[in-house]
Ligand binder design. Structure first.
Ligand SMILES: *Cc1c(COP(=O)(O)O)cnc(C)c1O
Length: 364
């Protein structure tokens, strides 16, 4: 059983993708054209934000958001200790300093309370991550930020279409960064990313930064970069966006089926969804102290699994210069040792879930 499957063999989907491809080819305009403009409008509206700015990938969405907000060398940015390393690397890329805080032990995401305790006079921004598809309490972060004059950038690369207290992810933060890496809940057929914001000045600055710092041809107001969502990917994303809600519903159904099938297995912790949250299960992550054995049993049964992520960010060689210690973020370290991602994609069948559960029960 595959860990993930993009479902590209669906004939109706294929027809629409072929039509999108043909439309772009017939027009012959490949960069900064009508497909991008249309996708930006559609995605902003979906997220409940006034603007969306398409960029080259999720990492650039984070970096350019920090740059657009003026976060630079000398500034501190509060990040979760447990996340994909891209979150931390984006802060490093603008010369700022990551200040890690432990995540909540039940949802694996950062809480406003934990962030509040890490604020110093140098804090410029808070960067919560809606990890695995569980949305963060963005209203809580915004309230905290307004008390301290901070910028809130949400990393929603794993959380397209999730919501918290009825508010869709992408509408609540000062800026929200998305990745359209092909396996994400909303994925392109190559690299892609976007930032949503309701701040028109921030949006205008992001539009400049992604295009060599230019808003008028050959006039460069600042030292921007080249990071644009191309027409072909924008056209494909316009095919996938209308399917996002039903695909997320399917993921939620699979999560429920897993919860049923794996209920009561001792030593196995299942994902937890807060009452106010609509989790979109980018990944279905369980925890066990016997990960190696469980993973081996699943491999034996032909079930592919992955570990997100096996090394805590503060112990990555890339951050050696910061001299973090082992034991400094014990929960992040424990999660790195215990998390295991089971197969999760919208087309997974009940029989697949049953055979995963059987292999897990055979072992734990
Ligand atoms: C995927 C991901 C990113 C980076 O996105 P890319 O498009 O691969 O650059 C950033 N943060 C998180 C949490 C991610 O999962």
């Amino acid at each position: 059983m595959r860990f993930v499957d993009l479902g590209l063999d669906d004939p109706t989907l294929r027809e629409e993708l072929d039509a999108a491809y043909a439309r772009v080819i017939d027009r012959g305009l490949m960069i900064l054209g009508p497909e991008l403009e249309a996708f930006e409008a559609e995605f902003a509206s979906y997220c409940g934000a006034r603007h969306a700015v398409g960029v080259g990938n999720g990492f650039d969405a984070l970096v350019l958001s920090l740059r657009a907000a003026g976060v630079a060398a000398g500034a501190e940015v509060i990040v979760p200790a447990h996340t994909f390393v891209a979150t931390w690397l984006a802060v490093e890329a603008v010369g700022a300093t990551v200040v890690p805080v432990e995540v909540s032990p039940d949802t694996y995401i950062m809480t406003p309370e934990a962030a509040a305790a890490a604020i110093t006079s140098r804090t410029a921004a808070i960067l919560p991550v809606s990890l695995y598809g569980h949305p963060v309490d963005i209203d809580g972060f915004m309230a905290l930020a307004s008390r301290h004059g901070l910028f809130v950038l949400e990393d929603a690369a794993q959380s397209h279409g999730s919501s918290y207290r009825g508010s869709r992810t992408g509408g609540g933060a000062h800026a929200t960064a998305f990745s359209f890496y092909p396996t994400k809940n909303l994925g392109a057929l190559g690299d892609g990313g976007a930032i949503t914001t309701s701040d028109p000045e921030l949006a205008a600055r992001l539009m400049r930064l992604r295009n060599y710092g230019s808003s008028r041809k050959y006039v460069h107001e600042e030292t921007g970069v080249n990071s644009r969502l191309d027409e072909m990917q924008a056209a494909f994303l316009r095919v996938f966006l209308p399917r996002l809600d039903s695909r997320n519903d399917a993921r939620r159904g699979i999560a429920l089926a897993y919860a049923d099938a794996l209920a009561g297995v001792t030593g196995l912790t299942l994902p937890h969804e807060l009452r106010d949250a609509r989790h979109v299960y980018h990944l279905y992550v369980v925890r066990t102290g016997r990960r190696q054995a469980v993973q081996a049993s699943l491999t034996e049964a032909g079930v592919q699994t992955q570990v997100h992520y096996p090394i805590a960010c503060h112990l990555q060689p890339a951050f050696a210069a910061r001299a973090f210690r082992r034991g400094q973020f014990p929960l992040a370290e424990q999660l790195a040792d215990e998390v295991l991602s089971l197969p999760m994609w919208p087309g997974l069948r009940q029989v697949d879930i049953a055979s995963v559960a059987q292999a897990v029960r055979a072992m734990v």
